[in-house]
Design a protein around this ligand. Structure first.
Ligand SMILES: [Zn+2]
Ligand SMILES: [Zn+2]
Length: 168
């Protein structure tokens, strides 16, 4: 779970590449309206990791389209830390600050027939100065992604609507 344990945070910070990745995710959110939600998104039964990653991206895309918003998004998948099978962790921010936790949960369940339970918390700088969540998300070097989720409105043709990493 994101933000759990200062012991692991300390270990993670000793890896300079990882620290750079976490710092990048943290500042990416800060420069795109701020991170506001920390999510753990599970599946009801075990599915391949790649399938979880697709489900998490699909969920974020659905939020953008339904709400007509661009917002910063970071995610990873893993199959550890006590949950059954592969699951996803995500950070959401920007205009999603005003959406409710229950709506975020409901939309996860509605977005995929295999969607399971969620843990959704407000992003808080109190945990490892906010860097904890970003470090957790980036702990597997090849498993995380960050960018702006795009609602694909008319103004978004050719994906030139956002700067930085390719939007989801
Ligand atoms: Zn996990
Ligand atoms: Zn766009």
């Amino acid at each position: 779970m994101i933000g759990s344990g200062m012991t692991s945070l300390k270990r993670l910070v000793s890896d300079p590449l990882h620290l750079a990745a976490g710092g990048f995710v943290q500042s990416f959110g800060a420069s795109h309206g701020g991170w506001s939600w920390v999510l753990t998104l599970t599946m009801r039964h075990d599915v391949p990791d790649q399938r979880v990653g697709q489900a998490v991206r699909f969920y974020a895309r659905g939020l953008a389209v339904d709400l007509g918003l661009h917002f910063p998004f970071a995610f990873t998948t893993e199959r550890r830390d006590g949950t059954r099978g592969a699951h996803g962790h995500a950070l959401l921010g920007g205009g999603l600050q005003g959406i409710g936790r229950r709506e975020l949960e409901h939309r996860w369940r509605a977005s995929d027939p295999a969607a399971g339970f969620t843990r959704i918390n407000r992003y808080t700088p109190a945990i490892g100065a906010g860097l904890g969540a970003s470090l957790y998300l980036t702990k597997e070097h090849d498993r995380w992604g960050v960018g702006v989720v795009c609602p694909r409105t008319g103004d978004c043709a050719h994906r030139r609507c956002v700067e930085g990493p390719a939007p989801f």
